[in-house]
Design a protein around this ligand. Structure first.
Ligand code: AVI
Length: 425
């Protein structure tokens, strides 16, 4: 629950931001919830209404979301956020209490928390800088607009793209043993990058979580799926968390600290550089106690033809996925990329042990935006994604560097993919 300490810490943070202060000297004078709400210009609402619709006069906040970091530099928004958190914390506690006593036919509701804003900087500025750089690059997350996300779903079922299928086969075969080794029944299953939550519910019968915490960049991505899942699993408390965990993993105080199982499937850690992967693992470690564990999927090094075919499939879906990024960038950065002037490349860089996805200019081309341009000669490339491939030993070493100890590793017959279980070292 949004307990006293967590609440006070969050309150102090907001309080300091509202005052423009870095540190907090003494706690604010105690006042009643009603006084706080009136002071901040918020209408008094019922607990239920705050939990499901947000505060009546809050700043632009997605409905039903507990705001923990809107408008970082706007003092007024900060004051309102304080009030919102006060109201929301009361609502969440009342809601949780009422769940204990509620008649069995009452619907159980998940709740949702956005702990950081997905768009904290100006993406157009970053994108133009990356395109202008001598070694042009576009960050991989721009692959995932609406079309890109659908194309990625198709990629996961392509005959050439083996990781998703191979990971599923490892689960089908080894899940009971994995659950036995980790032994985290009745804990919190924290699903990092949950998306459409299509993998973690398959773990429920084995892991038997008390809480399910899907985490994604935006809580809005989770809302419909988690609401449906909650109906199907009424005994599991569900808390959807929106946060950009690639930079900063913040697990809110409502998530129980005991027996946390962090679940990071899909070999997405391969899209981080080794140093980003190290800091991500350290953050996971910092949110985990001795009784917790991490389950993480990685793609293993294998013959280069198989690797390159997985990222340059015969049907051209990955090529479309990569080229579509240019349309997304045009919308965000005001550029005039013409996808027909570019071709997809996917090459294995053995020195760095990674697949590099690139877009290569077919002929000399000039890309323009409102106050700038960049000329590309024929064959010049833009780097769009890395997908690192590990050996069992190199990944074990990466875990160790981050202070995590491997307690199990499961792989498929061809040793193409692996799932690691790790605990605090
Ligand atoms: C999301 N991630 C693990 C995929 C990968 O294999 O690196 C992204 C991807 N890019 C092209 N195909 C798949």
């Amino acid at each position: 629950m949004f307990g006293g300490n967590d609440f006070m810490n969050a309150f102090r943070l907001r309080w300091n931001q509202a005052l423009g202060r870095e540190t907090f000297a003494s706690p604010p004078a105690p006042v009643t919830l009603r006084e706080q709400l009136t002071h901040f210009g918020l209408k008094k609402q019922s607990a239920r209404s705050v939990a499901t619709r947000g505060p009546a006069a809050a700043p632009a906040t997605p409905s039903g979301t507990i705001c923990a970091s809107a408008a970082e530099n706007d003092r007024i928004a900060n004051w309102r956020c304080v009030a919102f958190m006060l109201a929301a914390s009361t609502a969440v506690e009342k809601h949780a209490k009422s769940r204990h006593n509620c008649p069995t036919d009452a619907p159980v509701r998940p709740y949702f928390i956005q702990t950081s804003s997905p768009d904290s900087c100006d993406p157009a500025v970053d994108l133009r800088a990356g395109i202008s750089s001598p070694e042009a690059r576009i960050p991989a997350w721009y692959l995932y607009d609406e079309i890109g996300s659908r194309l990625f779903d198709v990629i996961t079922v392509l005959p050439d793209y083996y990781p998703t299928r191979t990971e599923a086969a490892i689960f089908a075969r080894h899940l009971p043993e994995m659950a036995k080794v980790t032994d985290l029944e009745n804990g919190s299953l924290i699903d990092l990058g949950a998306g459409s939550c299509d993998k973690a519910p398959g773990l429920f019968p084995f892991v038997k979580p008390r809480q399910y915490v899907p985490v994604d960049i935006s809580v809005e991505h989770l809302r419909a799926t988690v609401t449906r899942l909650q109906r199907e699993h009424q005994d599991v408390e569900m808390i959807g968390v929106g946060t950009d965990f690639s930079n900063n993993l913040v697990i809110p105080g409502q998530v129980r600290t005991e027996r946390r199982l962090f679940f990071y499937p899909g070999s997405s850690i391969g899209n981080f550089t080794p140093s980003e992967a190290n800091s991500f693992l350290q953050q996971v470690r910092s949110q985990m106690r001795k009784d917790g564990a991490l389950w993480i999927g990685i793609d293993l090094v294998k013959d280069h033809t198989t690797l390159e075919r997985a990222y340059d499939d015969v049907l051209g879906v990955t090529a479309a996925f990569n080229l579509n990024m240019l349309l997304n960038v045009n919308r965000i950065a005001g550029t005039n990329f013409e996808p027909a002037h570019w071709q997809h490349r996917a090459l294995f860089n053995a020195d760095d042990s990674r697949i590099e996805m690139l877009l290569e200019a077919k002929a000399k081309t000039v890309v323009r935006w409102p106050d700038g341009e960049r000329s590309f000669s024929a064959g010049e490339r833009i780097h769009t994604e890395n997908s690192y491939k590990y050996t069992p030993d190199s990944f074990r070493a990466l875990l160790e560097q981050a202070g995590l100890r491997t307690i199990g590793m499961w792989t498929d017959e061809r040793q193409w993919f692996a799932f690691f279980a790790a605990v605090l070292a």
